[in-house]
Structures are given as structure tokens and as C-alpha cells.
Design a protein around this ligand. Sequence first.
Ligand SMILES: C[S@@+](CC[C@H](N)C(=O)[O-])C[C@H]1O[C@@H](n2cnc3c(N)ncnc32)[C@H](O)[C@@H]1O
Length: 407
Amino acid sequence: MADMLTTTSTILCTCARNIPPILRLELEALGYVVKAEYPSGVEIEGTLDDCLRLNLWLRTAHRVLFRLGAWEANTADEMYEAVNSVEWDQWIPAKGYVSVIGSVDTKSIDNVMYANMRCKDAVVDRIRTVRGIRPDSGPDTSMSVVFLYWHDESLMIYVDTSGTPLSDRGYRISSGKAPMRESLAAAVVLSTKWAPHLPFVNPMTGSGTLGIEAALIGRKIPPGSMRDGFGFMHLLPVDPRVWQTMRKEAIAQVDAKIDLKILCSDNDIRVIRQARENAKRAGVAVSFTVADFREVTPPAFAQSHTQESDNEHTPVVIMNPEFGIRLGDERALRTTYREIGDLYKQKFRGYTGYVFTGNFSLAKEIGLRSKRRITFWSADLECRLLEFELYEGSRIQYPERSGDITP
Ligand SMILES: C[S@@+](CC[C@H](N)C(=O)[O-])C[C@H]1O[C@@H](n2cnc3c(N)ncnc32)[C@H](O)[C@@H]1O
């Protein structure tokens, strides 16, 4: 088994669309060399041990996939033969449970469920042949997970070392209205000009995801340290003690001293209660108060920090208002978006302001010229993170509300 842990193979870290450039930076910061970047994933080389480390540290990835083989396959029978040639008895417990997920787009298959089922048969048949019994199988991805990639004739088989997607950190049991996925919130925070010594103000915080992710980043808390379950825990070559040691060592490096100024608020007391619970479970101290966003003021210490800030880093105020697509009445929201612009302009000079929205027509109501527009996808909805420079005093002439945003 030892050689399986140290054998190097391709590791594909999957993520949401448009996240790969951020995920690449995360991987490079962890010391990995990126081999390829795809629309929804980034590829590196590494061992199964590396997969454990990536599950612990990656904030913007969804899954860490470890490749077991690559073949050419044109028919379901060829795929079955290739998958059946893998020594699954060395990977998946015969008394365990296996699920097959993946991405299939090949001429001979018009039913992805069928491809997944044949792939699952190939796995469990191999185990039954060698061990005499076969694992159970089904849709539950909280145990052993096999990932089938089959596009045209290119067939690749991975073990999914994450299982449940990494965006489910485990701290958010209660969530407010239209909560942001944790991995998306982390990507948004990492795209801002915030640095942990500077204020991070988040009115309309909802379940507190942006504030909690900022706190995890600020304290260098590994996002995977809160989860109980990962796919790798159901793979035979993985020694649970390796994970326990890795997790313990990472937690020992948490920056407990840094004085974070993360101030979140919402006008709904119920979601603030939930956000407090979520932060408690995540083990971070974030200030959550009940407040209408129009009443929010920058923290008193902001001025000195503003002076410390450089071009790259500034204090940040960020809001994720309702989009009016699923929630909220669009007409009323026009006023809300206008008032967000007013708040930023009048009270948050010296900050960089951000609005995350999926409604580009409402975004125009903010009435400030955006310096940057970053595209994200929230499920199937195209969204923008709009960045506004809120200069001190007279350094900028704010334009009239003229719809000058072209998201
Ligand atoms: C789209 S949700 C934010 C979701 C959040 N990013 C999350 O991850 O949970 C918008 C939030 O704005 C809050 N909100 C709406 N109007 C508000 C107001 N006038 N003042 C403060 N908060 C408000 C709602 O209660 C809701 O929680």
C-alpha cells in the first residue's frame, strides 16, 4: 500500500466556472506547479498525500480528483474493460459503498446514467472477482467516490478524494436568504483588495458567509479542518493517522493573534442569529449586528488603517443585495441599489467598495463608475463582482447616475 501513497499522478482540482485563475493562485501559494487550467478546473501532479493536503487547504475548489488511469474508449464495452482493469480491490473496501459521478460527452452514449452504471459495474465486478464480495453502490457521495471523465474517445478515471464538495465546509447548518456557496464567498473575498489587518465591512450579510470566509482567510484557518468526512477516508491506501497529524499541524499554525476587524450586519434578526451560530461553528470571532444597511458607518479605527493602506490593499465594504430574480421586488430594489451607491459615496471614503450581483440592470442604479468587474457564476446564474474606488475627499468627481456600468 505504501507505494500507492507516494505514487505521483495527475490531480485535477475542480471548481466553478471562472474560478480557475483564483484556484491556480491558491495552488501556487501551496507550492504546486500548475500543468493545465480548464474552464472548471486546474491540474497539477502529486501524490495521494498531496490530495489530503489540498482537501485541507483549498478554499475555492469543489473536488480533488486523483487519476488512476487514462485510455481511449469508443463504446460502453471498451469503457467497461478499461475501468475493470484497475485494481479496485486495492482502493475500495469490499464491504464499503461506492458511488460514480462524472462528466460524459461521447458519441456512443446518449444516457449519462447508463455510462455511470456500467462504470460502477466495472468497479464492483473487479472487487467481487478478487474478494468474493462486492461493495454496495448508489447515489450517496459521502463514501468512496469514483469520477468518470469520458469526452469523445478520451477516458479518464479518478478517485474523488473529496466526496461531498469542498464548498460544504460543515459550519453552515443554518443559512439565510439565498446564501452564497462557501467556495464562491472565498473566491470573492480573495478577489478584493482586503488584507487581514484592514477593516472588512459587510452589510446585508445574510448567513455571514463572506464575513466568515474572510475570517478563515485572515486567521489562516484551513477550510477543510471543520469537516468530518472526505472521500479519501473511504480509500484503502489512506492511513487516517496521516490526516489527523496533517490537520493537527495545520491548526497549530492558525494565526490566533491577528486582530481582525470584520463587521457584518443585516436588518433581519433571525439571519443574524444564524450567522452567529455559523461563525461559532467555524471557530471565528466575527461581529454580527442587526442594522439597516443605510445606518452602517465605517468602524472608528478605519481612518488610521486607511492611511496605512497601499494601492494593493485597502479597507473593504462589500454587499450582496438581493437580485430581484428569485427574491425581492425589482422596483423596490432599484431604490436599494441607489442607496448602496449613496452609502458608499457618503460614508466609505478611503475604502474599496464592492457589490456582488446577478442583476446587471439593478447594478446600473448604484451610480458609481466601476473600476473592475469580475465575472462569477452562482449555480447557473452569471454574476458580477463590481469594484468601486471610493477616493478620499475631492480626488474623484462621482459621475451622475447615468448607467455607466457595462457589466
Ligand atoms: C442575498 S442575501 C445575502 C446572502 C449572503 N451573502 C449569504 O451568503 O448568506 C441579502 C440579505 O440582505 C438583507 N437585507 C435586505 N434589506 C436590507 C436592509 N435594508 N438592511 C440590511 N439588510 C438587508 C436580507 O435580510 C438578506 O439577508
